[in-house]
Design a protein around this ligand. Structure first.
Ligand code: ADP
Length: 227
């Protein structure tokens, strides 16, 4: 689902990614951990096509994204990739259901179809009775679930999350993590999650550790040390 090779990225004289190779299968839930400044967010932004590498190849869901022009790339991103951030970035003037509908609407779906799909997702998240509330009338956990619903509305192949549970208490955190796995089991979607949260990293299929712009595969490391 995600195949990247030899990705490098510098900001000015600072090389933030130093040749990243990574292969993630369809339906995998992968966590990326590592110290602050290691390059995790930059890597996620590049996988999400929000930023471009200086060199290297990126294939996502069979598409060589470096070959897409600006318009096609933005269409690809809107349809195939869902983003979940720590601070949910819901639009305050819109209701929960309107926030969830928006990416579907942008992708060209009719308003009624988009609304139907948004309501199904809110229902799945246990939020159908919150659909007509604006973000400032929702709790932190509810807002984060609305943000997840919005990330899912176009049925993206890949969901990228940056510290998705960072602003949640432990009960809401557990619920959000369960939701990711439920979704993967139901839809076969692929999740890449940058997190400091050890309880989340522990339950993902694979944890990738980043240090100083490079990757270390934790599973492989633990195999090496036990052999
Ligand atoms: P992490 O997510 O692991 O904390 P980041 O990818 O956010 O790491 O950042 C890696 C390094 O790149 C940091 O030193 C950060 O200051 C720098 N950096 C990130 N984005 C930019 C940018 N747009 N311009 C300049 N420096 C940046």
């Amino acid at each position: 689902m995600i195949d990247i090779k030899g990705i490098t990225k510098s900001f000015g004289s600072l090389q933030v990614l130093k040749g990243i190779d990574l292969h993630i299968d369809k339906g995998e839930v992968v966590s990326i951990v590592g110290p602050s400044g290691a390059g995790k967010t930059t890597l996620l932004q590049i996988i999400g096509t929000l930023d471009k590498p200086d060199s290297g190849d990126i294939i996502i869901d069979g598409t060589d994204v470096r070959k897409l022009g600006a318009k096609k790339l933005s269409e690809f991103r809107n349809r195939r990739i869902g983003f979940v951030f720590q601070f949910h970035q819901l639009l305050p003037e819109f209701t929960a259901v309107e926030n969830v509908m928006l990416p579907a609407f942008i992708a060209g779906m009719s308003k009624s179809e988009a609304k139907k799909r948004a309501m199904e997702l809110l229902d799945f998240m246990g939020l159908s009775d919150r659909a007509d509330h604006k973000p400032n009338e929702l709790s932190g956990g509810e807002k984060q679930r609305v943000a997840v619903a919005r990330a899912l509305v176009n049925r993206p192949a890949v969901i990228l999350a940056d510290e998705p549970s960072g602003s949640l208490d432990s009960k809401n955190k557990d619920e959000l993590h369960r939701l990711f796995f439920d979704l993967r089991d139901r839809t076969g979607q692929t999740f890449v999650i940058v997190t400091h949260d050890e309880s989340l990293a522990k339950i993902t299929d694979r944890t990738i550790e980043m240090k100083d712009g490079m990757l270390e595969m934790e599973d492989e490391l633990s195999l090496n040390t036990s052999s």
